[in-house]
Design a binder for this molecule. Structure first.
Ligand SMILES: NC(=O)c1ccc[n+]([C@@H]2O[C@H](COP(=O)([O-])OP(=O)(O)OC[C@H]3O[C@@H](n4cnc5c(N)ncnc54)[C@H](OP(=O)(O)O)[C@@H]3O)[C@@H](O)[C@H]2O)c1
Length: 325
């Protein structure tokens, strides 16, 4: 347990900073659940899958390639179904949606866990800054495409971050979604994680308006040493590692909150919430702004429509454009 874990203890749920995913599912029988998980092959995603299948769940294990999804499934054992979904490739996301629809998998929980962080140079996909595209737009396309497959009491869990507080002052820079007017890797990451949070709020609101019992929430897993730090510079990575025992969570601790939100009976009625350390948490003011959430939804729909119109994914790195399909 890190020093932070000792200081923070547990919250009203009885869980806290140091709770592991395994402790969250202790005693639960998940053999009737099917859970779609993006980013299944690394970090807290891999641990999430390991813990869920150990309790009997079937995991639709989504990764960028079939090889990665299969290898991750073999690593954890249990009932996993490999799914290819590259969130940087609209065509790959569409094929993933069609595949799941064709096989008519019913989904009890969808954990949008995949993500990238702090790209040092501006990269765009179809005119959208890459972190915003992969972390938010890609998941938007995937999740809205699969709503028919979500059971009546199904749950959507968006893996956001405390870094949503590092988003630009106005929250989402609608006049700069490409990042070309100004760009900072951390700001852009913060914006994309705020977008995850706002998406969960708005989806939760839409669920509430409908007649189903479906729920959508966003979570912050905590700071954890994973492959996510791959774009950090050497100094920052060094500090991250050295300070680890003081303020980092272990991977089993880091996976706990998304597992809590996705399958624990105590969270079945939570909707549109932000969670951290397996408890309800307070987001930034922008993260609680329902008008901003609705506007982001509408703007994202426009982006998705423009993808439908072009039918191709267009990738550019610092102004050098190349067609990806
Ligand atoms: N670690 C932390 O301190 C921390 C803190 C707050 C929030 N989070 C959030 O937690 C989530 C999981 O991160 P992690 O720490 O476990 O990092 P990680 O080990 O780097 O895992 C990220 C996962 O996302 C996948 N991914 C990346 N780009 C993708 C794409 N284009 N399409 C589909 N999948 C893609 C990766 O696949 P590849 O292996 O193929 O790249 C990997 O499976 C992220 O959403 C992150 O923002 C993490």
């Amino acid at each position: 347990m890190s020093l932070t874990g000792l200081v923070k203890g547990t919250g009203p749920s009885g869980f806290g900073w140091s709770t592991t995913a395994e402790q969250v599912v202790d005693g639960l029988d998940l053999s009737d659940r099917t859970i779609l998980l993006t980013g299944c092959n690394s970090g807290i995603g891999l641990e999430t899958m390991r813990v869920l299948v150990a309790r009997g769940a079937t995991v639709l294990a989504a990764a960028r390639s079939r090889e990665k999804a299969i290898a991750a499934g073999e690593e954890v054992g249990g009932d996993t179904i490999p799914v290819v979904c590259d969130l940087a490739e609209p065509e790959s996301i569409r094929r993933c949606v069609e595949d799941i629809q064709e096989k008519d998998h019913r989904i009890d929980a969808l954990i949008a866990n995949a993500g990238i962080m702090a790209l040092p140079k501006l990269e765009t996909i179809c005119g959208v800054e890459k972190q915003l595209f992969v972390n938010h737009v890609g998941h938007f396309l995937l999740i809205t495409g699969l709503l028919e497959q979500l059971t009546d009491d199904g749950r959507v869990v968006m893996v956001s971050s405390g870094a949503h507080k590092a988003a630009p002052r106005e929250g989402i820079e609608f006049d700069n979604l490409s990042g070309e007017k100004r760009y900072g890797g951390w700001r852009a990451y913060g914006q994309s994680k705020l977008a995850n949070l706002l998406f969960a709020r708005e989806l939760g609101r839409r669920f509430e308006e409908g007649d189903s019992n479906r729920k959508a929430n966003a979570i912050h897993p905590g700071p954890i040493d994973t492959n996510l730090t791959r774009h950090m510079n050497v100094l920052a990575r060094g500090a991250w590692t050295v300070m680890g025992p003081l303020f980092l969570k272990s991977i089993p601790e880091g996976a706990a909150t998304q597992v809590w939100a996705a399958v624990h009976p105590d969270t079945a009625d939570y909707n549109g919430e932000y969670m951290a350390d397996c408890n309800i948490a307070k987001s930034s003011a922008e993260g609680a702004d329902s008008e901003l959430a609705e506007k982001l939804w509408q703007e994202t729909e426009k982006i998705v429509e423009s993808l439908d119109a072009t039918g191709s994914s267009h990738v550019a790195v610092q102004g050098t454009a190349k067609s990806a399909s």
